[in-house]
Design a protein around this ligand. Sequence first.
Ligand SMILES: Cc1cc2nc3c(=O)[nH]c(=O)nc-3n(C[C@H](O)[C@H](O)[C@H](O)COP(=O)(O)OP(=O)(O)OC[C@H]3O[C@@H](n4cnc5c(N)ncnc54)[C@H](O)[C@@H]3O)c2cc1C
Length: 508
Amino acid sequence: MEALREFKDRGEPVAVVIADQHAPEMAGLDLLREGRKLHPEARTVLLCGHADFKLAVDAINAVALDHFLVKPFDGERDLLPIVSDLLDGWQGARDRDAAGVRIVGERDSSGGHMIRQFLAGNNIHYQWLEPDLDEGKTLLAEVAEPDRGQLPVVVFPDGVAVAQPSNVELASQLGIATRPTLDHYDVVIVGGGPAGLAAAVYASSEGLSTVIIEREAPGGQAGQSPRIDNYLGFHAGLSGSELTRRAIIQARRFGAEIVRPREVVGIDWRGDDRILHLSDHTTVRARSVLISTGVSYRRLTAPGVSELIGAGVYYGASAGDAQDRRDQHVVIVGGANSAGQWALNFARYARQVTMLIRADSLAKGMSQYLIDQIESAGNIEVLTRAQLAAAHGSDRLESLTLKRDGAGTGDRVPAEAVFIFIGALPHTDWLQGKLICDDGGFIVSGRDLGGRPADWPLDRDPYLLESCMPGVFVAGDVRHGSNQRVASAVGEGSMAVRLIHQYLAERE
Ligand SMILES: Cc1cc2nc3c(=O)[nH]c(=O)nc-3n(C[C@H](O)[C@H](O)[C@H](O)COP(=O)(O)OP(=O)(O)OC[C@H]3O[C@@H](n4cnc5c(N)ncnc54)[C@H](O)[C@@H]3O)c2cc1C
């Protein structure tokens, strides 16, 4: 503890703390709990005996323990890989703040938020500099005159500076592929969330020419998750950005292309070709298509909310957002698991987290393991039967009006940031009615189509996951009846590839 305090006083970071539960002067778990308060970003490992197994498993929830090892173990074989994995994750999060790309601008501006989201989502490291502090002023003075005018200004590693860049400009400057290399593929995957990434890994590893077209950043909703606890094989959970980083490497290793940021805005067919129209007015042709465009949060219509999006009001959150809210008061709207995960993540850094939920208890929409952690967090307040009635501020959020039980005019409370995590809407507008969707807009497939749809040209029923257009499959949250979980999305993505093989074989 003395060493941890000394590091804290010297402003030096701590990457990993490894503690023995049976250390002579302090129980390992107590040391990890106290150490976390000094170094919230440090990763933690508990060394324990067989009899401590339950205590260690409980600690995964109670103190967000990253790993535990039961003694006796082999240091080189068992501990080193764990530490090296934890160091990778810690370094990745830390590098995000380190040099590489430098940005000068107001953090809480909508332009700044868009850039941060794109860079975080694409795992690009950056350093954020405030324009009225020394480093920011110096950098602004160094860049060419025309680039200084409008903030934020992004300075790339090669010294090129661009004021208020679009996501496509950011991608091009950073060498990210923004166009497919071929004009005809075996499979085009629309959307690079877990379903799309899994499909890309299986399709490309099985020799199909494959491209993912992603409109923002690979990882989708899962990429926004600070800690996924229920994905098989990761007993201490893993962050969505880490899962995405691994999946991208795996998909690339097998030759899949990932094109971003490009939106698919339409779909057509000519004979056996499926034609996808992209937002830059180009097209890509394919023998088969997988639609895995997922869902995103519903919008709040309370007065003031839409005007302050990106300036204190945010839909979802991304890597780095929690660290940016050190000692602030953060409000979270929503009572499902995604809201719970972020409340816990913010609580590591923020002074106070307030959750607003419409129901009369968290149990209505959240898993019990998250409820337990929220209850023991100490700085998370849950307001039940509450709603956000208005957001106030001239150019950034200053306060919120919160209403309890729908009564009265509500209380006005000061707040620096509100993060909104409410209900899901499928990304299917772009289909313009070309595929059968349910009343909520989710794509209907397989047996749910109730036999052969009108104009179905083939002498068989649609395959499982096949939409009403032969050769166009659907996987993940955008599918009618999906389970809205990472594991289900990954499972459906891989299953879709098996069916695509079947479809392609039949066309041959
Ligand atoms: C904060 C948060 C925490 C979560 N935590 C968990 C958890 O702990 N465990 C769990 O099992 N599940 C969790 N979920 C749910 C899980 O993330 C989703 O079920 C999963 O991501 C669905 O994957 P998907 O590939 O179907 O869709 P998505 O993840 O939604 O990905 C869809 C992708 O398609 C892209 N796209 C959309 N339209 C277009 C278009 N027209 N052109 C090109 N690209 C397009 C989007 O940008 C997006 O990247 C969480 C969700 C959130 C938001």
